[in-house]
Structures are given as C-alpha cells and as structure tokens.
Write a protein that binds this ligand. Structure first.
Ligand SMILES: *Cc1c(COP(=O)(O)O)cnc(C)c1O
Length: 461
C-alpha cells in the first residue's frame, strides 16, 4: 500500500510535463490539444496501472514513450490504405475497385480548383451535373440514355419508385436475393412502394408463370442477377429476351438489376462467361442497372441505362436529389468510361480489368519477388498455387489461377493479428494453419511494406 502511494507521488503533473515536452522537436509542430490529451491519458494509464499493480516501476522515459505512442495514434487517420493479400480482387470490405494513378492524377487536377459541375460553359448559365457523363455512358454501353446515382441499390430503388409505386412488380422466387452489404431485393421493393409479386419456385420459373401473374395492376417485370449465389441441378429461369418481349406485349416495363455489370466479354479471354451489359441491352430490356465499383472498375455509384423516355422520367423523381452523386464520382466516372471507348486501353489501364485478365506468369513473377525478399530477410517461405476470386458479387463460383507465398514456422494467427496492427495493415489468408499472401492483389510498391512488417513482427515475437 505504501509502495503504491510512493509510486503515485512520483507521477509527474500534467502541466509540468507538457511544458518540458513542448521544448522538444517532436512535439513542436503538434496540435496543443492533442498533446495535452495524450499526456493526460498516459498519466492516467500509469495511475491505473499502479493502482491495479500491473505497473510496479517506471521511469520518466517510459511515460514519454507512452505519450508519443498515444499522440501518434490520435494523429493517425482511421480510414487508410490496407494491403490486400486475400486474392479477392473486388473485396467489398477492403474498398472494392481500385483507382489507377492516372485516375487519381485526373481527380486531383479536376478537384483542386472550382469546376463546371453545374455550369454550362457554352451558355454561361446553370448546367446539369449529369450532362458530363450521360452521352459518354450511352455511347460506350450502346444505350439510348444513362443516369448515375449514389450506388446500385439507389438505382434499383429510384426505378421501382418511379415506375412501380403502388403497383405490382413481378419477380422470380429464385431471384429474391440478398447481396453482400445487406441489399435485399424484397426490402428495397417495400421501401420503394412497389408490391412484390413472387412467381415460380426457388429453382424453376417458366415464362408461363410470368404470363399468368400479369394483371391490370402490373407495371414491371424485374430480373435480378443472382450475383453471389448459384443454384445448380434441376433449374430453369426465363431468358431476358422472352421477359422483355412479354413486357412489351403487355405495355409494361422490363428491367434488369445486373449487379456487377461488365462491358468486356471475359469468355473471349478464356474466363467464365459473365453476361455483359451489351447482351442485356440487346435482349430488349427497357432498363438496366449496375454498380460503378464492381466489374466496371470505377467509383462507387449506380448506373441506370435504357430507354430515353424512361430516363427522362427518372430525372424528375425527387429521390434523385437524395441519391445524387458528388463531383468526385462524376470526375472519376468520366475518366473510367473514357478509357472504355477503346477496350484494349481499358484492359491495360483499369486496375480491376488488368488484374482479372493479366497473364499468370506475371503473378508468378510477383510471388518470386516477394519470396526472394522474405528469404533474404531470413523468413522461411514457399510459393504455392492458389485460387484468386473476382468478388464484388460477380461470378460466385469463378476463380482465377494465382500464386501465393506461404509463411513457414511462424504461428499463423500470430502473423494475422500482428499484421493488422501495422502502420499499413496487411490482410492475408490462413489455410491449413499456415498464413499466406495471395499475389493476385499485391502491388509493386507493397513488397517492402510487407517485408518490413514481417521484420517488426519477428523482432517482437
Ligand atoms: C452488388 C449488387 C447490388 C448492390 O449494389 P451497390 O452498388 O453495392 O449498391 C444490387 N444488386 C445486385 C444484383 C448486386 O450484385
């Protein structure tokens, strides 16, 4: 008891310690309030430690180290870069599609000053923020018209509200899906004011089912890409062409929520077929919605394409004001779509397409570089073949051959936990109790960050 009292008495006073710290180089340029809080928190940390006897002795240097640690922590950004060693290219938890350096450069140039966001440079009068990208998206996708909102969930919601409020929307039971990040078709429908009419069964829906369900109160036939799940075996769904045709005959709207939405036919490059935006349009669907930050490889947004007169109506819906995109999105999306004017340019420059379609030898090369760097730092590791995943709700069962570097002789869960605490955290995978990094999603400036993190972990272990 007496020891505790003595120790507590040797703790410096907050004001005193601040005065002496503020003379030091490290603290000079730091915000005073942050320094004050770090000092107060650190002294409190030591006081509690002394009282519960976890701290039995300390020096003034120990306290200063704690203050520096606490200050650094509070000055850090919460939202920051993370190294993705999972091999999932479009990882919703890790930020989905990446921006290229060219895109970031373009964003900087267009955002550092004022812009013509809602200003028509031809007339000198008020313009529309949507005008910058409508024609470009229409040209690249082959649609009559286009509209961009905050995300695909908003796109679906806006369309349902405009065209199907208080009327019936027919959808196959097999397509009443929940997509990652809590997008549930039945819930979105309810919010939009549309009545959900389920038809068919979980595994089989026929054209007859659609025909029988259509009444005077039907406004739309909705098709939803089942994205992240797949049923196989005794299944049947109705193709887009038949749905679009049936809608036309009945004077109602056909719409497809395509989810990922890809402009490039992957099957041309030896990958599994993913229905393209163009194919969906050609099948006669009136409206198609898809995400901007999935397979398109752009910023978060929802893109609606289709018939001109329908898009025109959407522009007058009050929800559009709530779902509108910011100037960052418009700037980034224009850049991304400009690259798509020439498919080869997009494949070369768009990080998402680039990683999906790159040659396997390039991935092996990355694995060899990482392995050599780790080996030369005394870390035992090996190259293994892996299956990378495209992700983003596309092609759930399609994987891409890849390579990983697996770490030997260090406890996997220790690596996993320690990596997350690094200044630039590294997220990897564990398989058979061994930690590995999939090189599909590793970039050339990340090798040294990974190696340095390993060195720190080993020093601490
Ligand atoms: C991903 C997805 C959504 C949601 O898109 P967000 O852009 O994340 O809002 C909706 N529908 C389908 C079919 C999807 O795959």
């Amino acid at each position: 008891m007496k020891d505790k009292q003595n120790l507590l008495r040797t703790l410096p006073k907050v004001d005193k310690i601040i005065d002496s710290l503020c003379q030091k180089e490290f603290f000079k340029d730091k915000p005073y309030q942050e320094v004050y809080d770090a000092v107060a928190n650190s002294i409190d940390f030591f006081r509690k430690g002394i009282l519960n006897e976890s701290i039995k002795t300390f020096s003034i240097d120990d306290i200063e180290n704690e203050i520096v640690h606490s200050l650094n922590k509070s000055l850090e950004f919460n939202f920051k870069r993370v190294i993705n060693g999972t091999g999932t290219i479009l990882h919703t938890n890790l930020g989905r599609a990446l921006f290229s350096e060219g895109l970031v450069e373009h964003l900087k140039n267009s955002l550092i000053g004022y812009s013509n966001l809602e200003f028509d440079l031809n007339t000198g009068e008020r313009g529309s923020r949507y005008s910058h990208i409508e024609d470009l998206i229409a040209k690249v996708t082959g649609a009559e018209a286009a509209l961009v909102v905050n995300n695909n969930a908003a796109a679906v919601m806006l369309c349902l509200n405009e065209f199907s409020k208080n009327t019936d929307v027919i959808i196959s039971r097999g397509e009443l899906v929940e997509v990652g990040g809590s997008f549930r078709i039945p819930d979105i429908m309810e919010l939009s004011g549309a009545n959900l009419i389920e038809i068919g069964t979980t595994n089989r829906t026929h054209l007859e089912d659609y025909k029988k369900a259509i009444t005077e109160n039907t406004s739309m036939l909705l098709k939803v890409h089942t994205s992240n799940y797949h049923i196989s075996g005794f299944t049947k769904s109705v193709n887009n062409k038949d749905i679009a045709e049936l809608a036309k005959q009945n004077g109602i709207i056909s719409m497809e929520d395509l989810g990922s939405g890809v402009l490039v036919d992957f099957s041309k490059y030896g990958l599994k077929k993913e229905p393209t935006i163009l194919e969906s349009l050609n099948s006669g669907m009136d409206l198609i919605t898809f995400s901007g930050d999935k397979l398109l490889g752009g910023p978060q947004c929802g893109i609606i394409i289709g018939k001109k007169e329908l898009i025109k109506r959407l522009k007058k819906n009050q929800f559009l004001r709530a779902f509108r995109v910011c100037k960052m999105t418009i700037s980034a999306l224009e850049f991304v779509f400009k690259e798509y004017v020439d498919e080869n340019t997009a494949i070369k420059n768009n990080p998402t397409l680039n990683r999906i379609l790159e040659n396997i030898d390039i991935v092996l090369e990355r694995a060899q570089i990482l392995k050599a760097l780790l080996n030369s730092s005394g870390i035992d590791c090996e190259i293994i073949p892996t299956k990378a995943i495209i992700g983003g709700g596309s092609m759930p069962d399609a994987s891409i051959d890849s390579y990983g570097v697996i770490i030997k002789n260090i406890d996997a869960s220790l690596i996993e936990k320690s990596f997350l605490k690094q200044p630039i955290p590294v997220v990897g995978r564990i398989q058979n109790n061994q930690f590995f990094i999939d090189l599909k999603t590793i970039h050339s400036d990340e090798y040294s960050i990974i190696v340095d993190s390993f060195k720190r972990i080993i020093e601490c272990a």
